[in-house]
Design a protein around this ligand. Structure first.
Ligand code: GFB
Length: 308
C-alpha cells in the first residue's frame, strides 16, 4: 500500500514501536499510539473503542510480552496468555473495525529448535520447539495462523513478519529478564564502572545468534507494509551472526572494558543456532544497513545517556 496520507496505528510502545514511530515521523502520515497503561490491548472493549475513535488505514502490531531466555522460562503464563490475548484481540478487532491492512510481528525463535540452517520460512511447524521459549512460540504461531485465516476467509491484507534477535535504544537493560545484548551491556558497564576484573556470561558461549538493529527492523517493517502482500510469512534479519563468546569480545571493545568474563554453565544456552534465510526479503530489494559494531555503539551511547 502507499503510506502517504494514511492513518497508522502503532500498537505497542516498546523498543520496536518507538523505533517504527521515529521512522514514520519522516513520512507524510498520521501516527497513533498509546501506552499500555492507557490502553490494554488484551481487552476487547477498550480496543474496539480506540479503533472506532482513530479509524486507522494500517495497524503495525508490535505489542508483545517479550524477554530474554530466563524470563521466557520463568513466566510461562505471561508469555503464553498475554501474547495470545494481545494478538487475537487486536487482529480480530482490526477486522471488526474494517481495517484492511495490518503487519503482525512474530520472531525467528518460533521455528523448530533443530532447524536446518539458514532457516527458510517454510520450516515453520516442521519440528519440536526450543523448550525455553515454547510458550512465546506457541502464542506467536497462533497469531501468524490468525493472520493467515483472516486473509483466507475475509481477504484481509494482513501480513506476518519474523525478525531475528533484536537490540537497540529503549531495550530492556535488566540483567535477569532482558535479552543477551542489553543484559551484557549493563553487566560490562557495571564491571567497568566498579573496576571489576570479570563479568558473568550465561551458558557456554557457543550458542550463535543473528542480531538486527531495531532501526533497521523499523525500516524493514515500513518497506514490507508498502511492498509485501502475501499469506506467506517473511524473515527479516541482518546476516550478522556470531557466537555469544564473540559477542562478549565485541561488547568489551565497544564499551572499552579491559577485564575478562566467565561462563555460568548453570544457565541455559537455548537454541544453538537460528540464522535466517533472507532470500525472500532480499529479492524484494531490502537489506539491513547497520553493521553490528555500529549498532552496538549507538545502543551503548543510548544506554549511558539514559541509564548510565
Ligand atoms: O537473548 P537471549 O536471552 O535470547 O539469549 P534467546 C541468547 C543467548 O545468550 C543464550 C546467552 O545462549 C544465553 O544463554 N547469554 C549469555 C545471555 N549471557 C546472557 C545474559 O546475561 N542474558 C541473557 N538474556 N542471555 C529469546 C527467546 O531467546 O530470543 C525469546 O527466549 C525471544 O522468546 C528472543 O524470541 C528473540 O535467543 O535464547
Amino acid at each position: 500500500m502507499i503510506l502517504e496520507g494514511k492513518r497508522i496505528w502503532v500498537a505497542g510502545n516498546g523498543m520496536v514501536g518507538k523505533s517504527v514511530i521515529k521512522k514514520l515521523k519522516k513520512l507524510d502520515v498520521e501516527i497513533f499510539t498509546e501506552s499500555k497503561k492507557i490502553l490494554d490491548l488484551r481487552d476487547p472493549d477498550s480496543t474496539r473503542k480506540y479503533l472506532k475513535k482513530i479509524k486507522p488505514d494500517l495497524i503495525i502490531l508490535s505489542a508483545a510480552k517479550v524477554g530474554g531466555i530466563l524470563a521466557n522460562d520463568s513466566y510461562p503464563v505471561d508469555f503464553l496468555y498475554d501474547n495470545i490475548a494481545i494478538s487475537s484481540n487486536v487482529i480480530n478487532q482490526a477486522h471488526q473495525a474494517d481495517v484492511d491492512n495490518l503487519v503482525f510481528l512474530g520472531s525467528t525463535c518460533i521455528y523448530p529448535r533443530d532447524s536446518q540452517q539458514p532457516i527458510k520460512e517454510d520450516y515453520l511447524l516442521t519440528g519440536p520447539l526450543e523448550k525455553t521459549n515454547q510458550w512465546y512460540a506457541i502464542a506467536k504461531i497462533a497469531g501468524i495462523k490468525l493472520v493467515e485465516a483472516f486473509r483466507k476467509q475475509y481477504k484481509r491484507r494482513y501480513i506476518s513478519v519474523l525478525p531475528t534477535n533484536l537490540f537497540g535504544p529503549h531495550d530492556n537493560f535488566d540483567t535477569i529478564n532482558g535479552h543477551v545484548i542489553p543484559s551484557l551491556m549493563a553487566k560490562i558497564h557495571e564491571a567497568k564502572t566498579h573496576k571489576n576484573e570479570k563479568f558473568n556470561v550465561w551458558g557456554s558461549g557457543i550458542a550463535k545468534r543473528e542480531f538486527l538493529f531495531v532501526e533497521d527492523l523499523a525500516d524493514g517493517i515500513i518497506f514490507l507494509a508498502e511492498n509485501y502482500d502475501s499469506d506467506e510469512i517473511i524473515n527479516i534479519g541482518s546476516s550478522d551472526e556470531l557466537s555469544i563468546k564473540e559477542l562478549c569480545l565485541l561488547l568489551k571493545k565497544v564499551i572499552n572494558y579491559e577485564g575478562d568474563f566467565q561462563f555460568d554453565s548453570s544457565k541455559p544456552d537455548g537454541t544453538l543456532r537460528k540464522k535466517t534465510d533472507l532470500s525472500k526479503i532480499n529479492a524484494l530489494g531490502w537489506k539491513a544497513k547497520t553493521n553490528l559494531e555500529e549498532g552496538l555503539s549507538k545502543t551503548y551511547k543510548w544506554f549511558v545517556n539514559n541509564y548510565g
